[in-house]
Ligand binder design. Structure first.
Ligand code: GRF
Length: 215
């Protein structure tokens, strides 16, 4: 097998998507390896997950009085030190700036807990409940300077059940997220995603589907 492509993961919270990527990278034929995990929060459980998996875990604090681009520049340095080729935002709660995007052009991915372009921004699951939609889901997309606006790579649909509350819906969306992100990263590092205007063309393998269905 060709050498695995080093990726960096940015996470602010519990890191279940990070864990899905760690698990995928543990598969013998997976084409990526996580070179470093960075968090803006020292106490993020994502950092602990990285340490447990033997992955370098780096806290890059956000200094509130300094421009966000300085914070991103510090992250770029860490990512470069670790030879990172692709960057995955996985529950990373700060907006990234052109400083990071320009350092990794068309190589930054994000996962969002809704079927974009619906319900951008924070509290996407609550937005879906409030809107009364019957189907929501999750999306992996390329990151652009606008929030949750970049070209869509893959999506998973999740029904909203009549008795759903926020926690139940969030949990079912997460299940589909954990399938989506390893798929998108595989396609990304294998060079099978092509940007065509605002759309993504996928060179899919037999049996691969960029539209998933969750329960
Ligand atoms: C996920 O719902 C992801 O879509 C969103 O933030 C949440 C992170 O969850 N961007 P986790 O930290 O991966 O468990």
């Amino acid at each position: 097998m060709a050498a695995r492509v080093p990726i960096g993961v940015l996470a602010s919270g519990s890191g279940t998507n990070l864990q899905a990527l760690i698990d995928a990278c543990g598969e013998p034929d997976y084409p990526a390896t996580i070179a470093v995990v960075i968090s803006n929060r020292r106490d993020a459980f994502a950092l602990e997950r990285a340490r447990r998996a033997g992955i370098p875990a780096v806290h890059v604090p956000r200094f509130r009085k300094r421009p966000r681009s300085e914070h991103d520049a510090a992250m770029v340095e860490v990512l470069r030190e670790h030879g990172v080729r692709w960057v995955c935002l996985a529950g990373y709660m700060l907006l990234v700036t052109p400083t990071l995007l320009d350092a990794f052009p068309d190589r930054v991915l994000n996962i969002h807990p809704a079927l974009l372009p619906s319900f951008r921004g924070l509290h996407a699951q609550q937005q879906a409940l409030d809107a009364g939609v019957r189907i929501t889901g999750a999306t992996v997309h390329f990151v652009t300077p606008g929030m949750d606006e970049g070209p869509i790579i893959c999506q998973g649909a999740v029904p909203v059940r009549p008795d759903d509350d926020l926690e139940r819906l969030r949990a079912r969306i997460l299940q589909v997220e954990h399938r989506l992100y390893p798929l998108a990263v595989r396609q990304a590092v294998e060079g099978r995603l092509r940007l065509d205007g605002g759309r993504v063309r996928v060179d899919a393998r037999p049996g691969e589907d960029n539209a998933l269905w969750g329960g």
